[in-house]
Design a protein around this ligand. Sequence first.
Ligand code: GKR
Ligand code: MG
Length: 432
Amino acid sequence: MTQDLTITEVRLTPILVADPPLLNTQGVHQPYTPRLVVEVVTAGGVTGVGETYGDTKYLDLAAPLADALPGRRVSDVNGLHRLAALVCGDSPEASGADAVDAGGLRGVQTADKLRLSVVSGFEVACLDALGKALGLPVHALLGGKVRDAVDYSAYLFYRWAAHPGGAGEPDDWGAALDPAGVVAQARRFARDYGFASFKLKGGVFEPDEEIAAVRALAEAFPGQPLRLDPNGAWSVETSLRVARELADILEYLEDPASTTAGMAQVAAGTEMALATNMCVTTFAEIPEAFAAGAVQVVLSDHHYWGGLRNTRELAAICRTFGVGLSMHSNTHLGISLAAMTHVAAVVPNLDYACDSHYPWQSEDVITERLEFKDGRLAVSDLPGLGVELDRGRLARLHRRWLEDDGAMRDRDDAAAMRAAEPGWTAPPVPRW
Ligand code: GKR
Ligand code: MG
């Protein structure tokens, strides 16, 4: 009966996951971050799991999709996208065409983008179930892996030692607020996970301080790939200055400016490769950006590209236009890391190591955490994603969500910053 692929039930479990006080241009991570775990159950008795963003605006779109899905088959992934377009009405929160997603730092957000992020969680759950039913790994459903392991880079953050007032879950990383702190963090990432390339989240301090941190990294790890990502916080002038100062050091500069027009102006004035996970986040944004030469590397995030199959299509487009491809990440757990690794395994043109927040997450909802070895993750050949849901852990993180008074259910890095500095507002994002 495992071959009956008809969906009989969809379970949605919003959770709150411990997150350290990582700083970015929009503020600081909250003590807990919302995620949504999607379970799709088939008539054959197989359960597939997926994970995506868990803020209220995503939950509001996920609920009608979960209601509409039973009766369809987990193999009908094209149908899932059509169904989502039908049942997920535009979220009122997403209708401001100009809205910048302060939580995700993902550029301008639209109703379509929110819906695609929701669909991705369902798509991954369907592919996991399909793989389990057929005895095939997800990478096989995507055409088969072209590599046995995927390279990841360390994701360095300026950070405090603890959240204000000791909120959240403590950790032993300590503060990193200057070049020495950043290098110490990088050394720990290299020692414990074997990461050989390093991305620093910038846009937090004055550009000169961040330049100094990158120089310190280059001294500590000579010749190893480095990136700096201020999430669009800089003007064109500042971006060009940083590109000049770090010309021989960075493998690419990530989202120095916040829009395609700004990135194009930066690109016109430097030889430095520019990467983005902010101005090219949908297929519709590709033509303008590629025609303007605004980006040389697109960093996919399978959540907001609408899943693993769309990410593979993005890879084909990048390949066609000679634009590099890799993947960035947001706060996520092991289900999403497994999904990311399967799609990364099938893309021939994975040009740079992907970045992952995963080492910052001390909690998970799977039975065995995924382990980076020598900076890489082995691609699982087990059926589906190759991860198993831990119901006890899921229930505990869901209880936290239920007991939250609402303060953490929507990620708001600026509000979290105000816990330390009342009245703090994010610096205005330069626009063109
Ligand atoms: O988690 O602070 C963060 C990151 O800044 C994240 O929100 C970004 O989406 O990591 C992402 C990026 O590469 O821009
Ligand atoms: Mg980025």
